[in-house]
Design a binder for this molecule. Structure first.
Ligand code: G3P
Length: 217
């Protein structure tokens, strides 16, 4: 399973990239707004730091606007994936970008039917938002399992990119189902590497080593 970071925060991107954990990045207008500053500069910089796929989202909602914006975003780097919303115009743009050899991530997916259509339009990634489904009392992870089954039935090449991840158990469940990618907010990735028994164990090792050193004096 690939791990993407779901952020436009350069410090977090560098931090986890230096640990070799990142296969890519996803951004969206809300994440860029959270960081402030010049979003164009931030997007360009992210594509330079990360070798893997970097999803950059269009904000136009009409086909022509999406195509125009997508072509501009693609200039930031070879690794840019154009993120389009799951709308009729978004799917049309997905088909056109794909025909040009530009990979697409279809975002804001909330049903198996939407995932099927994104795959048919040629998307490289489909992004179901599981946390937002959980928020409204639906089972987000059940959607991932359904999409996985459908894509396997027909050997669809579109990758399932699990988005709107809220906690580490989402990651474990997504991995058990066999999702292709999880995109994680930095705090979720931070929580994944922690365990209290690791901290306690390390403290005990160091205390015992210290005692040994004291005894040798
Ligand atoms: O990747 C999608 C993500 O940024 C949305 O997450 O937490 O706003 O539902 P959230």
């Amino acid at each position: 399973m690939k791990i993407f970071l779901d952020t436009a925060n350069l410090q977090s991107i560098k931090q986890y990239n230096d640990m070799g954990l990142l296969d890519g990045i996803t951004t969206n207008p809300s994440l860029l707004a959270k960081e402030g500053g010049d979003p164009q500069k931030a997007m360009e910089e992210i594509t330079k730091i990360i070798k893997g796929d970097v999803s950059l989202e269009v904000v136009a909602t009409d086909y022509a606007g999406m195509m125009d914006e997508g072509h501009k975003l693609k200039k930031y780097g070879e690794n840019v994936v154009i993120k389009v919303p799951m709308t009729a115009d978004g799917l049309r743009a997905c088909k056109s970008f794909t025909a040009e050899g530009i990979p697409v991530n279809v975002t804001l997916v909330f049903s198996p039917n939407q995932a099927i259509l994104a795959a048919k339009a040629g998307a490289k990634y489909v992004s179901p938002f599981i946390g937002r489904l959980d928020d409204v009392g639906q089972d987000g992870m059940a959607l991932i399992a359904e999409i996985k089954q459908i894509f396997s039935n027909y050997n669809f090449k579109t990758q399932i990119l699990v988005a709107s991840v809220r906690h580490p158990m989402h990651v474990v469940e997504a991995a058990k189902i066999g999702a292709d990618v999880v995109t994680l907010p930095p705090d979720v990735l931070g929580k994944m590497l922690k365990h209290p028994l690791t901290d306690n164990g390390l403290k005990a090792f160091l205390a015992d080593w210290d005692k040994l050193q004291q005894g040798q004096k």
